[in-house]
Ligand binder design. Structure first.
Ligand SMILES: Cc1cc2nc3c(=O)[nH]c(=O)nc-3n(C[C@H](O)[C@H](O)[C@H](O)COP(=O)(O)OP(=O)(O)OC[C@H]3O[C@@H](n4cnc5c(N)ncnc54)[C@H](O)[C@@H]3O)c2cc1C
Length: 399
């Protein structure tokens, strides 16, 4: 087994780094901890369009759908570099989730209609899965879609819907057969967010940011042609999409970048030095040295877990419990890196960006610490990932 990237893949990495140096000024970097306002969003849109023009938004998609016709490993390199470089993301839901699912389950017409919009950064998507009473037990969802002639009429509510206030379209799961067993009466549907009867209400997270929303459906009417795969088979489409969501490639790059920033901070004379350690190469406390070294080991482990998922995808396999291993590990690692940062920096690490001169590393760890709480919840909680690993990976019976 050869873990190294090929020369072509490494030269692609260099090309991406040059692109980032040219197109991403330091002030425009957007890490996981940031939920940008409308100016950041507009920069992200322009930035993603430049990527799209090179076929780089989706390097491994076929050319006919606006991709770069490269391999999955180029896609991996791209995601690693983008997340390490803190490049602004616009549409993880279209690029990382819906696109791959439409290629597997969509009709030719659906692929032609939706994939070019995603690959050109012209259209953005959001994910309508969770409901007020259905999160981990997603199959208990109650939003209904009732067939009426050539349309479905949707009524119900979604919650925690990231970017619903900005997205152009939503993919959602809705109950189309209330009498069937719960997994068998669900369909996977696509709806424009400007359809009459579709509305959103903001939810503000722990860090004071507006990223997710409540979404309401009141007689939202969409054509039957917006159904993906067969009616009442949507659970399986929705579950495949979650496996793409959980691959974890982006978060391993982001964790490594946060860790590198922390190491630089300590080296440059930030907290963590021994008494009299001063700036530059002065001695660093053993506890800090060891904590940073442990986290380097863990980020390497996380990276290899995400490579396993990518390597399965490159062979045409759909990763399953392997994606849960990567997601569970990397989201918890994100929290450990954030926690180590605020601990090592002491109080300046806990000060928000607004308190400019007192905020170590521009307050990024103070924000990351709060935002990282959601990482082990979004895309299925850590407990749910462990259930999947126990059941599908280890073959243990359900609890
Ligand atoms: C930052 C963020 C972004 C999100 N974005 C979206 C989005 O765009 N679209 C969307 O649809 N959803 C989104 N979500 C919602 C997310 O998918 C749900 O929050 C998640 O699935 C958990 O559901 P819940 O919040 O209802 O918690 P619950 O399911 O009520 O769980 C509560 C607790 O019980 C535990 N638990 C539940 N069932 C079990 C079990 N069987 N075994 C062991 N423990 C269990 C859970 O692990 C958790 O600790 C987002 C969440 C976050 C944090």
């Amino acid at each position: 087994m050869d873990y190294r990237f090929t020369d072509e893949e490494e030269s692609f990495r260099q090309e991406i780094r040059e692109f980032l140096r040219a197109e991403l000024p330091a002030g425009e970097e957007q890490g996981e901890e940031q939920e940008g306002g409308s100016e950041k969003w507009e920069f992200a849109r322009r930035f993603q369009k430049k990527l799209a023009a090179k076929g780089w938004l989706v390097p491994h998609w076929p050319k006919e759908y606006g991709g770069g016709a490269m391999g999955i490993m180029e896609q991996v390199v791209m995601r690693e570099e983008m997340s390490y470089g803190r490049a602004p993301l616009l549409d993880i839901f279209g690029v990382n989730m819906l696109g791959p699912v439409l290629m597997l389950y969509g009709t030719d017409e659906q692929k032609k209609k939706h994939l070019p919009g995603i690959s050109s950064a012209a259209v953005t998507w959001c994910q309508g899965y969770s409901e007020p009473q259905s999160g981990s037990d997603l199959a208990s969802l109650q939003t209904k879609a009732v067939k009426d002639g050539d349309d479905y009429v949707i009524n119900g509510q979604k919650i925690w819907t990231s970017n619903a206030h900005r997205a152009d379209w939503m993919f959602l799961l809705a109950r189309t057969d209330p009498k069937a067993p719960k997994h068998k009466g669900i369909s996977f549907l696509l709806t424009p967010t400007d359809t009459p009867g579709f509305s959103t209400r903001p939810l503000i997270n722990l860090a004071g940011q507006h990223g997710f929303n409540e979404v309401f459906f009141e007689d939202v009417r969409i054509p039957v042609s917006n159904l993906v795969a067969e009616e009442n088979r949507g659970w399986y489409v929705g579950a495949a999409l979650l496996d793409f969501e959980r691959s974890g490639i982006g978060s391993s790059g982001a964790s490594r970048r946060n860790l590198d920033d922390l190491v630089t901070y300590v080296k440059d004379g930030g907290r963590g030095k021994k008494e009299g350690g001063g700036s530059g190469n002065g001695a660093v406390k053993a506890t800090v040295r060891h904590r940073l070294a442990e986290l380097v080991i863990e980020t390497d482990v996380g990276r290899y877990l995400s490579y396993r998922v990518a390597s399965m995808q490159s062979k045409g396999e759909v990763p399953n419990y392997e994606a849960s291993v990567a997601k569970g590990y990397l989201s918890e690692l994100g929290q450990r890196v954030a926690g180590a940062g605020v601990n090592i920096m002491g109080l300046p690490g806990q000060v928000r960006p607004e308190s400019k001169k007192w905020a170590a590393l521009r307050g990024s760890f103070a924000m990351l610490y709060q935002v990282s709480m959601g990482m082990t919840i979004a895309g299925g909680t850590s407990e749910i990932q462990r259930n999947i690993i126990a059941q599908r990976g280890l073959g243990l019976p359900r609890g």
